[in-house]
Design a binder for this molecule. Structure first.
Ligand SMILES: NC(=O)C1=CN([C@@H]2O[C@H](COP(=O)(O)OP(=O)(O)OC[C@H]3O[C@@H](n4cnc5c(N)ncnc54)[C@H](OP(=O)(O)O)[C@@H]3O)[C@@H](O)[C@H]2O)C=CC1
Ligand SMILES: O=CCCC(=O)O
Length: 291
């Protein structure tokens, strides 16, 4: 199966490598073209523009940073829509809001193409291991046709119905995750400032009712102040912002998420945008009261 792949950041690169490893022929494009080189060493071809990739491939996948990137790659000159036509499928796996997906979807269907939004749960390591959870919505025929690709990138694919439902599900999940990361950071700082061992806190958490893979995976690095990015903090803050907008639309009060968003904004202003989202711990450490 021949597929196009647009966007070779942390996630796109890992997902694309899985496609190549599993026998897919892949044509790649990335805004910073040099990032294509490693994929080419593993058998990928390069497309000069998103339009060139679309022209060559029946199915094209995108994994881009945010709504403005998703819209630019679709609508700008040499973008996806220039070559969209009957029978072609476009699958945007970026985390965006429902409105962004709908804008892209509407134009694609006018041109006779198929569109699926398919954001993912799971980070760098699950992407490398083909263990993502895929939250798809849109064209069911395209979903069924994409299953062979989804099966090598993920461990489970959900079809959630109409366009926008995938984006919304992803934002709800990441809103919970961002709030949890803030509570976790406060707990780690509180343990330390009150004379407790942070490692013992991690051991206690792991054995109790609130044990979660996130605490186990991120905790040891956080207490070593290691924030090597798996999920960049700027993207988590974007997801909090989009989830809060979804809350506005639906009149859902979300004071916990709103406070968590403020912490992520503070962390961005402190220069942690490109660090892992667990670097929000630094804001709690810096602004938390010390005796
Ligand atoms: N990292 C993670 O753990 C997870 C991330 N996600 C989501 O997946 C998406 C990608 O995340 P991730 O790979 O971590 O992000 P990265 O920041 O590593 O990569 C972002 C990608 O988007 C491209 N890009 C950004 N702006 C533009 C633009 N204006 N035009 C064209 N291309 C652009 C970048 O190109 P360039 O290389 O030129 O900068 C790069 O390929 C995001 O929506 C994120 O929220 C979802 C699940 C987990
Ligand atoms: O959007 C990023 C999600 C990261 C994760 O699920 O661990």
């Amino acid at each position: 199966m021949e597929v196009g792949f647009l966007g070779l950041g942390i996630m796109g690169k890992a997902m694309c490598m899985n496609l190549l490893r599993n026998g897919f022929k892949v044509t790649v494009w990335n805004r910073t073209l040099s990032k294509c080189e490693e994929l080419v060493e593993h058998g990928a071809s390069i497309g000069e523009t998103p339009a060139a990739v679309m022209k060559k491939c029946k199915y094209t996948i995108a994994m881009l940073s945010d709504p403005s990137a998703a819209l630019a790659v679709a609508f700008d000159k040499d973008g996806v829509l220039e070559q969209m036509c009957t029978g072609k499928g476009y699958i945007d796996m970026s985390t965006v809001d429902a409105d962004t997906s709908k804008k892209i979807s509407e134009v694609i269907s006018k041109k006779g193409g198929y569109f699926l939004e398919a954001p993912v749960s799971g980070s760098k390591k699950p992407a490398e291991d083909g263990q993502l959870v895929i939250l798809a919505a849109g064209d069911k025929v395209l979903f069924d046709e994409a299953i062979p690709a989804f099966n090598v990138m993920g461990k489970k694919s959900f079809f959630l119905g109409q366009i926008g439902n995938g984006a919304k599900m992803k934002l709800v999940v990441n809103m919970i995750m961002g709030s949890m990361m803030n509570a976790f950071s406060e707990g780690l700082v509180l343990a330390d400032r009150s004379g407790l061992s942070q490692q013992t806190l991690l051991d206690v958490l792991e054995l109790g009712a609130i044990a979660t893979p996130m605490f186990k995976m991120k905790g040891p690095a956080m207490i070593q102040n290691n924030f090597t990015p798996a999920f960049p903090l700027k993207h988590q803050q974007k997801d909090m912002r989009l989830a809060l907008a979804l809350g506005d639309e639906n009149a859902v009060s979300m004071p916990v998420a709103a406070a968590a968003n403020e912490e992520f904004k503070k962390a961005r202003s402190m220069g942690f945008g490109d660090h892992d989202f667990s670097a929000v711990y630094e804001t709690v450490k810096t602004y938390g009261h010390s005796k």
